[in-house]
Design a protein around this ligand. Structure first.
Ligand SMILES: [Zn+2]
Length: 140
């Protein structure tokens, strides 16, 4: 998708990711998502967090979906491997697209995780999703 259009047409409301490397990877993922998917995205904002949460990334639903990426955890967990980080980013954006709720547990949660991985793979991130599963374990 065209990043400028995503911002100008207000799909992306806030883009508060200051870490240059992480921002570059998020931009890469957004640009690679097929353009025809754009209209089905809800409004969303992107943030970075470095709190010692136990999550690499998480989503807070709302009128504007808030997506948080944990810079330090992603760096440590991936051992600096970009494919692993790209897999996580694509997975989270798939949750946004599919309008999944924040918390996921039980069978419904697992189904959502598989759907997010499947969509991310469909967008062209199959290799990266596999890399992130190998390195980080089951999806959250
Ligand atoms: Zn997930």
């Amino acid at each position: 998708m065209d990043l400028d259009r995503l911002i100008n047409e207000e799909y992306i409301i806030d883009y508060e990711v200051k870490d240059p490397k992480l921002r570059e990877l998020i931009n890469y993922v957004l640009r690679k998502i097929p353009d025809e998917e754009r209209e089905d995205f809800p409004m969303f904002s992107l943030y970075q967090t470095d709190t010692t949460d136990a999550e690499y990334a998480f989503i807070i639903p709302g009128d504007v979906v808030q997506v948080f990426f944990n810079v330090d955890m992603l760096e440590d967990g991936s051992c600096g491997n970009d494919d692993v980080k790209i897999g996580v980013i694509a997975h989270e954006l798939a949750h946004v697209y599919l309008k999944h709720p924040h918390t996921s547990s039980g069978r419904k949660g697992l189904k959502n995780e598989e759907e997010a991985d499947s969509l991310a793979s469909h967008w062209g991130f199959g290799k990266e999703v596999k890399a992130s599963r190998r390195k980080l374990g089951p999806p959250t």
